[in-house]
Design a protein around this ligand. Structure first.
Ligand SMILES: O=C(O)CCCC[C@@H]1SC[C@@H]2NC(=O)N[C@@H]21
Length: 242
């Protein structure tokens, strides 16, 4: 893997996108920045963290078996890799809040932003952006945020955590390339935040109560609602309320 370490950039996802346009990236390429000035989250949100304290990096990876519709498997693989690392660090009650937030108890410790690189109508590569809160302990007005240091009291070397993440990521990516998609989905579903528990959601027509039953291969959330109807929602259509 080629690793590019930067002091500052706008967004590591954007940096990789621009790099992939300029040159053909055949090898996995990771861009890690100590500071992002324009970090992005899902659905157009901002991702800002204290410079030098947390991990903010993106991986460009060519995909072979995964189609555009199945891109969600890469997200699931990455979420599971983060979850395993956090558990190895003895962080309790780690779960994955659909689609790609990693929580410790009810607080967010990591966010993932996956973007696709399409060539001739096919998914050619993915850019997987990871923002993992490592040593930051003050999140100001950001609600429900936490970090590894907040949870463990220990200051960690960022590179050490990055290496642990990469090891796990490659474990899950190997499962993907072996076509073990069901295994990944089952593992992801087993770790879903509030699975099988009555929860409140915000949908297009207001609040409703339902029970998360799992996800579809395309990444929709399956919610069991009144009258035993199982509905599928994408990220634009539903929000899980705490
Ligand atoms: O929770 C989210 O909405 C996703 C956050 C993803 C943040 C990471 S930090 C590295 C990469 N570069 C970005 O601009 N975003 C992702």
């Amino acid at each position: 893997m080629r690793i590019v370490k930067l002091h500052t950039t706008g967004s590591t996802n954007d940096y990789l996108k621009a790099l992939a346009k300029k040159q053909s990236l055949e090898e996995d390429t990771l861009v890690w920045a100590l500071e992002q000035t324009n970090g992005r989250g899902q659905m157009g949100t901002k991702w800002s963290t204290e410079a030098g304290k947390n991990l903010t990096f993106s991986i460009f990876r060519k995909v072979q078996r995964v189609t555009i519709e199945e891109q969600f498997y890469v997200t699931m693989a990455a979420s599971l890799a983060v979850k395993v690392v956090l558990q190895k660090l003895l962080i309790k009650n780690v779960s994955v809040k659909w689609p790609n937030d990693i929580l410790s108890d009810k607080e967010k410790i990591c966010g993932i932003l996956i973007e696709s690189v399409i060539k001739r109508g096919k998914l050619d590569a993915v850019i997987l952006g990871v923002g993992l809160n490592v040593n930051q302990t003050d999140f100001g007005a950001v609600p429900r945020a936490t970090s590894i240091k907040t949870r463990t009291g220990i200051h960690f070397n960022l590179e050490e955590i990055l290496n642990m993440l990469l090891e796990q990521f490659y474990h899950y990516v190997k499962l993907l390339s072996q076509g073990k998609l069901d295994e990944i989905k089952e593992d992801y579903e087993a770790n879903l935040f509030r699975k099988d528990k009555p929860s409140t959601f915000k949908g297009a027509n207001g609040k409703f109560v339902g029970i998360i039953k799992g996800v579809t291969p395309h990444g929709k959330l399956m919610i069991l609602e009144e009258d035993d109807i199982l509905n599928e929602y994408d990220l634009k259509e539903v929000q899980l309320l705490f």
